[in-house]
Design a binder for this molecule. Structure first.
Ligand SMILES: C[S@@+](CC[C@H](N)C(=O)[O-])C[C@H]1O[C@@H](n2cnc3c(N)ncnc32)[C@H](O)[C@@H]1O
Length: 232
């Protein structure tokens, strides 16, 4: 698979550009599918992060889940609490799994770098571990765009692997991957430069449940866009 059908235009504050090439991230996550969910299902920090968001969202909030994977745990948890979740993922296999597993949320197959998002169109945006196959300029530009898509006073959650690496060729759960990220200090600065306030952050080490997995550092940043009621 590896390629989303496109282009798509629908009335949800989101326009998807034409998909004219196969994404390396799509190839990796098409191959992993549900194996990824099994390997990361034990993440207590991810659950705690979702509770942070759930504790602040008004009933029926509109949430964008970037790189939604299999839909679990993020979209499933938010949709079960009654929120309106739109998941976007570049892997057709992940989108198919998520649509089946979380019928209460909506999923689109698209490369988030090609989305055009209306300013202030979401109450919250979450990005759990979806930036790592993008270049640094792409990650910075995307965080700025996603921050603008949050309504003033709304919420933004970013989780990543905070490593000072650029174009590092490694193996992830048996798949060849090229990884780019930032140090914890730099990713926090990037979020602040996008105009967001970091309300809380959590750093953990996590070892996925997989024979080839290594312990990895994880950083969860819980943020707000300044605006009405944005005092924590
Ligand atoms: C490491 S997985 C995390 C999945 C989910 N967020 C979670 O934490 O369980 C990263 C996901 O982001 C998706 N992804 C990576 N680059 C993307 C892009 N440019 N546009 C949309 N999705 C992307 C991958 O296909 C994959 O499903």
């Amino acid at each position: 698979m590896g390629r989303c059908p496109g282009p798509v235009k629908r009335g949800t504050g989101l326009v998807v550009g034409d998909e004219d090439e196969t994404s390396p991230a799509a190839a990796v996550f098409d191959a992993l599918g549900s194996e990824y969910e099994k390997a990361f299902a034990g993440s207590e920090a991810h659950r705690v992060s979702l509770q942070w968001l759930l504790g602040r969202l008004a009933p029926g909030s509109r949430v964008l889940d970037v790189g939604s994977g299999t839909g679990r745990p993020t979209a499933a948890t938010l949709a079960a609490a009654g929120h309106r979740v739109l998941g976007v993922d570049v892997s057709p296999v992940m989108v198919e799994i998520a649509s089946r597993q979380v019928p209460g949320a909506e999923f689109r197959c698209a490369d988030v770098r090609r989305l055009s998002l209306e300013d202030g169109s979401f109450d919250a945006v979450c990005v759990y571990f979806a930036l790592l196959q993008m270049s640094r300029p792409e990650q910075s530009a995307l965080v700025r765009q996603l921050a603008r898509a949050v309504r003033p006073g709304g919420f933004f959650v970013l989780a990543t692997v905070p490593l000072d690496v650029e174009g590092f060729d490694g193996v992830f759960m048996g798949q060849d991957v090229r990884v780019t990220s930032f140090s914890a200090q730099d990713v926090t600065a990037l979020v602040r430069q996008a105009g967001l306030t970091v309300v809380s952050e959590e750093s953990v080490m996590f070892t996925p449940t997989h024979p080839d997995a290594m312990p990895e550092p994880q950083l969860f940043l819980h943020c707000r866009r300044p605006g009405p009621g944005a005092d924590g």
